[in-house]
Design a protein around this ligand. Structure first.
Ligand code: FES
Length: 212
């Protein structure tokens, strides 16, 4: 919220990054990059990189309705085919990203990699689908992070029965090994604190706006 009130040219004091492990796409030939909601903004650079490496890239993006669709032209410019899905069909393409992905697989698309970035439930659904077809799948985990350096444990997730920290070990993980159910539970743990924080910040920002 604080970042959101900054204007172009404004400054922040410190910035640390990049953190975590960089994505590696060597040898990938046919890939489906899936973005759910705002996750599309993170899927875009992945598609761009793969496109630059010469891979054949299909992008599938999903939004609740057409008013929430973002960066459509940018995505189009970095992939071979873009499929924009909406839950309510308001853009003429009704359905979830998983429906389109399964349709493409069944039509003979031979993906050697699927990348899914978006809400946990979406990444879980994509991983379940690709497991059925035996397609390697990378998901991007973004649990609540506090220090971003592996010390607080806030971003803890379970992958293949082991505890991992998304900030230093991720954000990319094998979607077939991630314990999504525990990640979904953990993501709800902080809701009350988040709501309290949001309320506190709203009051502060009202204060700023009123010159107090
Ligand atoms: S954010 Fe603290 S350990 Fe990852």
């Amino acid at each position: 919220m604080l970042l959101n009130i900054l204007n172009e040219g404004d400054e922040i004091l410190d910035f640390v990054g990049p953190l975590g492990v960089a994505s590696h796409f060597d040898g990938v030939k046919n890939v489906a990059v899936i973005g759910g909601g705002l996750g599309t903004a993170i899927a875009y650079p992945q598609a761009k990189k793969l496109n630059k490496l010469g891979a054949s890239v299909d992008m599938i993006t999903g939004f609740r309705n057409k008013d929430l669709v973002i960066i459509e032209d940018m995505c189009k410019s970095v992939c071979d085919n873009l499929y924009v899905m909406t839950d309510d069909g308001s853009n003429g393409n009704k359905g979830f990203v998983t429906q389109k992905l399964e349709e493409l697989i069944n039509s003979g698309k031979n993906y050697d990699l699927v990348i899914a970035i978006g809400p946990l439930v979406m990444m879980k659904a994509v991983s379940q689908l690709t497991k059925k077809y035996g397609i390697k799948t990378i998901v991007s985990m973004n649990p609540v992070m506090i220090d971003g350096t592996g010390m607080c444990g806030g971003c803890r997730i379970t992958v293949g029965g082991e505890t991992k920290f998304a900030c230093v070990d991720g954000p990319d993980f094998d979607g077939h090994l991630v314990d999504f159910d525990s990640a979904i539970l953990r993501s709800k743990m902080f809701k009350d604190t988040e709501n309290q924080g949001r309320e506190k910040h709203s009051c502060r920002m009202e204060g700023f706006e009123n010159g107090r």
